[in-house]
Ligand binder design. Sequence first.
Ligand code: SAM
Length: 369
Amino acid sequence: MNDKRDMKAVARAGFEPMVEAAGRDGRKLAGLAGLASKIGLRGRVYPLATEARALAPDDGEVAARTQQLIGQSVPRWHFNMLRDEPRNAAFDAAIRRAVTPGTHVLDIGAGSGLLSMMAARAGAGRVVACEENPAIADSARRIVAANGYADRIRVVTGNSTELELESDLEGHADVIVSEIVSNNLLAEGVLTTLADAASRLLAPGGQMIPMGGAVMVALANWGAATRTHMAEVAGFDLDGFNALAQVPRNVAVSDATLTLHSTPAALLSFDFTGKAAREPHRGAATLVSDGTPVSGIVQWIRLDLDAEASYENRPGPDAKSHWGAQFYPFDAPLDLAAGTELRVVGVHDGHQLLVWREDRCPRSELPSS
Ligand SMILES: C[S@@+](CC[C@H](N)C(=O)[O-])C[C@H]1O[C@@H](n2cnc3c(N)ncnc32)[C@H](O)[C@@H]1O
């Protein structure tokens, strides 16, 4: 393990001299793009791959290798996310409410440039679209131009925490729009990114979209969970392997076998406007059972877009969302009387979230299951 790490460090140290030695040889540069990916020099993959393609435009192998590398540098969920109509419509409506002619907008984590183009379409005077992934940023530049907004949207490649107020942004933004949230709200680093943006890049009296968000929970039953439960395999009992299953489990919000059986509650709530002195790291909620047996706790997200509207991907038969719900199974199902209260606790470190049940009554008093 350590040998592998040492070898990567050696390869990283000698990497740029190798690039220099490769000169203008497309095949060699394509190979180095592959090496960059293997040794963790992620920022070098796309520039080297595109240079290789430009230098060897008729080389089928270079085309195939670099296409694979570029594709691997873009998380697959981008495609489902861009087709997520309820998400897109909620952001479009909030952007239209916030933007007036001349508004200066910063889009953090611009991706394809979708929210930036929504802002420009709503009349924004100028938009800075900040995207840290160089392959995605380049694509956004082309998409923005193809849609006729290149005169008002400037794509800046880099992380928002490194944006220079004057040279990159030309002054504070009136509106900062962002969609850098994950299934558990936090895993894309939304808290630190938006705390920096709100305190450093937003004009006094400016607006953050979303202005806040919450980790939502409810008691639930997920019938299909048992489908992946390990039992008899080839005549052997593999039940013991279930103890190694990953928690939480990802489940589509529209899964017909996932049903909610308590009041929903905000387990952790966050203010993205920078007003909160300190984000909470731990939260608790009391869930009131509707009397139906439950097999776990389900978690989804809420985005408080502005003072008027919130977006939620709350599971249900008609729910549509590219964000999955997260299911935390109980050791055994609980058959609770209607009105029984269960206390649920959540803790996060800014990226990861952990949710568990903290029984209000001693275990022995809980209904047997
Ligand atoms: C969930 S996608 C959203 C894309 C686009 N805003 C949309 O709504 O369709 C988030 C994007 O933000 C980028 N990103 C995340 N944090 C960032 C940051 N602090 N600065 C710049 N880009 C960031 C990621 O590379 C990714 O492309």
